[in-house]
Design a protein around this ligand. Sequence first.
Ligand code: FES
Length: 475
Amino acid sequence: MTATVRDYSLTGVESTRAVERGLANGQWFQADIEPDRLRELSVRQNLRPGIDLVLWLALIVASGAFAWSQRGSWWAVPGFFVYGTLVGGSTDARWHEHGHGTAFRSQWLNDLVYYPASFMLAREATYWRWSHFRHHTDTIIVGRDAEIIFPRPPSVAKLAWLFTHLEGGSGLIRTTVKHALGQSDDNIDVLVPESERGRVFLEARIYVAIWVATIVWAIATRSLYPLLLIGGPTFYGAWLVLFFGVTQHAGLREDELDHRRSTRTVLVNPVFRFLYLNMNYHVEHHMFPAVPYYNLPELHGEIREQLAEPKPGMISAYKEIFYAFREQAKDPSWELPRHIPDVPGWRGPIVQGFEWAGDSSVDGWTDLGPADLASGAMRPVDVGDAKLLLACTDTGDVVLVDRICTHGDADLATGTILGCEIECPKHNGRFDLRTGEGTRRPIQTALMTYTVRTRNGRLETHIAASGSAANGEER
Ligand code: FES
């Protein structure tokens, strides 16, 4: 049979088809979990990720120092191998988790790790952030997701070639140089809002400047060692990115709105879990991206009965991938048999409906229920057609805002309150609850905020909105 090759670009026929079929920004299955428990699991801290970060940095510094001190000796080979694997391989999980903003409670600490990690992987920080938002919106949807690594028909030979990262790494460098020269491309045009494109070009120039400085250093010292230290690990350490990353989606279904069919969870040992920051719980991560990596094992325990059986180890995962690749090479439409428990899925937050008093209220104020919200608590309310969210910030301010995220159609009632902000459960975008302003990408448009007051132990809202501000284009 002649294999049909689909168009995996973001601007081709499959992109249009995905929209027509309702696969773009679709409604995904979510396992059922108590909202309070999910909120508990979404709580961030600084201590645990801080310890992990310090340990990881110490390993990099120690292996790098050892490798450098052994220049000219064969001991430099294992030294650089370990160093390169940590820098060019294990950085991927750090890049990913801190890019989501879910590792540290303090956002600046997430950014502090995200930007250097992006450089270490030769991934332009802003472009890849937006690409990853899309990956979460349209996971493995052909024509929508720019992070599909195995277009069908796949092949084991291609998988082996990918592990060298020669093609992938040089592609990243070529693209970065192009952007440094101010040239855009389809992916930027589709994924990155206009207001952010300047950052892409600036970051590309910074990357190229560091690479050029390293090459000059290598030429001046007539030595390849500087390149093994900076830039080189992107290539020779990337095998670890592939080793873990391939298991996430390879061989599983495309064009599917259920992560249990398109994504794989693999149970691995504690060393791998440290290197990979628990991203082996990949189905769980995709279903609930607001849960930080250190809580994913617990989340797995909560919902595992509702998921497909996880693979018991990397060998088992690769056996399944090889099997799928062999079959899909013959027939690209072939799918792995996968037992998915028949469960109803996410019930959503319990919405407490209140009669919209509207014009019938004497003074224009509508009752929203008892004023019993504790700090960090939320209460979704439907007032007529309006889906609203009452929330109490950590400082005790009770606010009323629109409940549907302005970036996508996610329900903020399943999000997380962090101080005076709320984080969207879908792409970890954030809003300031007091003003509605977006405070974290990908939010480009503010939330509507409404007047709310307390009277006689009840919360009430006025009909008129108290404010809204559009601050950019929506993606
Ligand atoms: S839907 Fe994307 S941040 Fe809310």
